[in-house]
Design a protein around this ligand. Structure first.
Ligand code: BES
Ligand code: MN
Ligand code: ZN
Length: 501
């Protein structure tokens, strides 16, 4: 599908459908008023008859409106005008996209981007309208033998309207960014949704190699288990020992920024299936542990976006990838392993494996890069899901400015994070009588003790950790990857690119 921006009045559009907003209590938006004025009050009479009142998310299609050039008008309820905020804006756009995909229209012009949203400019509205629409159009059918038939005539061109020509350049720039973000999210979602028997560490490594073939700025390197052995990644390798799939350590470098600029390093947990190991997980919903590589997937997604935009920044993406399965050679509770940092770890629960692969990845980063900041993403703890639910990602950082920048990127993109503390009291819970550190810290504050564990390996870095266990995928009826935290990451990276020139 193609996306455009334009300025111009709705009654003049020669397209399959124009999309206009209606507020609660039957208030017409200015685009709706123009349609109404030119169509012999078509909209106000429909509303007067009580068929539509403007509740948020309500939609109605009016066919062959007289006096217009368009074949249809799609009315979209936007709720109370005073309450039309970020969330309402996205909901209205999602409702519009859903309604459009149920029509035969090939081309539509959406005027919701002209509505006023408090504190948000045209660039933001275009970006969010695009992302909300792409969210609705996303399908994962790679594994269906019998592909669902695409509707007779699917929407091919969607244009977002801006209220004046002056705004077109910003809107266009924002649209290009938004499409690249949507592509990055789709990649992250696809990788997440793929089953564990297809999306293995080797599959992810091959994906990184193929990305480097597509984008000339990308340098990909894959470390094999033998390489990791030489580097002393005893913690990471201990997880992979219980699996027949070889672990891969994936390195992607996009060094398109100034030569002397220190790179931003993204590290993503790439556990392609987490059965828990000898500390086996219960059977219920265990299939969802194919999503335990969503941190890694978000690194791929963010890389894809910055590669597509060819952002002039230095970014390194690192994805340590493995499975966690029970096996005769798997980690056992009580085992002690030595990490690349030289810190010994007592593995009291083999299901706390994410931190075991991440600690070696973080040490690798510390030893091999003079990094500006390091951000890791991981579906790390069930405890984070209990603390924050599926709405916010857990954020931990040893650097206030980085934490603020990431929280801000989350607020702008709507992919929000919430900061939790890294106090020493929590770190105390990780004491082990036999090794330097234990890999679990007891029942209390599980998300924080997991982050504290990682913090032991990042003392020399400006570092942030995003626990995305609650936000990376949806369970239940709408099971599927969300693509989070690609919006947050790309917002941060784009703003970094903008602030340097
Ligand atoms: N990948 C899981 C975390 C997870 C669980 C994410 C459920 C989303 C939903 C992680 O490897 C894990 O198993 N963590 C354990 C840690 C515990 C043993 C200290 C957990 O959260 O139960
Ligand atoms: Mn686990
Ligand atoms: Zn895990």
């Amino acid at each position: 599908m193609e996306f455009f921006v334009k300025s111009g009045n709705p009654e003049k559009q020669r397209v399959g459908c124009v999309v206009v907003g209606i507020f609660d209590r039957r208030t017409l938006s200015s685009a709706a008023t123009l349609v109404d004025d030119n169509s012999d009050n078509l909209i106000s009479s429909v509303m007067r008859r009580g068929d539509l009142d403007g509740r948020l998310g309500q939609t109605m299609i009016l066919q062959r409106p007289g006096g217009l050039f368009a074949d249809r008008v799609l009315l979209v309820g936007c709720g109370k005008e005073r309450e039309f905020d970020d969330v309402a804006f996205k909901k209205a756009n999602a409702a519009a996209a859903r309604a459009l995909s149920n029509t035969g229209t090939i081309e539509a012009v959406n005027y919701l981007t002209e509505l006023r949203v408090k504190g948000r400019d045209t660039a933001w509205k275009v970006k969010q309208a695009l992302l909300s629409s792409r969210e609705i159009f996303y399908r994962f059918d790679e594994c269906k033998g019998n592909k669902e038939e695409k509707g007779k005539k699917a929407l091919q061109r969607l244009t977002f309207a801006v209220s004046s020509r002056v705004e077109l350049p910003v809107a266009e720039k924002s649209l290009i960014e938004a499409v690249a973000i949507a592509e990055g999210m789709d990649l992250a979602k696809n990788l997440g949704n793929l089953p564990g028997n297809i999306c293995t560490p080797t599959y992810l490594a091959d994906k990184a190699i193929s990305l480097a073939k597509t984008y000339s700025t990308l340098q990909t390197r894959i470390l094999e288990e033998a390489d990791m052995e030489k580097l002393g990644m005893g913690s990471l390798l201990s997880v992979s020992r219980g699996s027949r799939q070889p672990a891969k350590f994936i390195i992607m470098e996009h060094m398109a920024g100034p030569k002397d600029a220190k790179p931003i390093v993204l590290v993503g947990k790439g556990l392609t299936f987490d059965a828990g190991g000898i500390s086996l997980k219960p059977a219920a919903a265990m299939d969802e542990m194919k999503y335990d590589m969503c941190g890694g997937a978000s690194v791929f997604g963010a890389m894809q976006t910055i590669l597509e935009l060819n952002l002039p920044i230095n970014v390194v993406g690192i994805v340590p990838s493995s499975e966690n399965l029970p096996d005769g050679d798997a980690n056992k509770p009580g085992d002690i392993v030595k990490s690349m940092a030289g810190i010994t770890i007592e593995i009291l629960n083999t299901d706390a494996e994410g931190r075991l692969i991440l600690c070696d990845a973080l040490t690798y980063v510390e030893k091999n890069y003079d990094s500006d900041v390091v951000i890791d993403m991981a579906t790390l703890t069930g405890a984070c899901v209990i603390a924050l639910g599926s709405h916010a990602t857990g954020l931990f950082s040893n650097h206030d400015r980085l934490a603020k920048a990431l929280l801000n990127a989350g607020n702008i993109s709507g992919d929000r994070a919430w900061q939790l503390p890294l106090w020493d009291e929590y770190d105390q819970q990780l004491k082990s009588p036999f090794a330097d550190v234990a890999n679990i810290g007891g029942r209390e504050a599980g998300a924080i003790t997991a982050a504290s564990f990682l913090h032991r390996f990042t003392k020399k870095l400006r570092w942030a950790h995003l626990d995305i266990a609650g936000t990376a995928w949806n369970s239940g009826k709408n099971k599927g990857s969300t693509g989070r935290p690609v919006p947050l990451l790309t917002e941060y990276l784009i703003s970094r690119a903008n602030s340097q020139d």
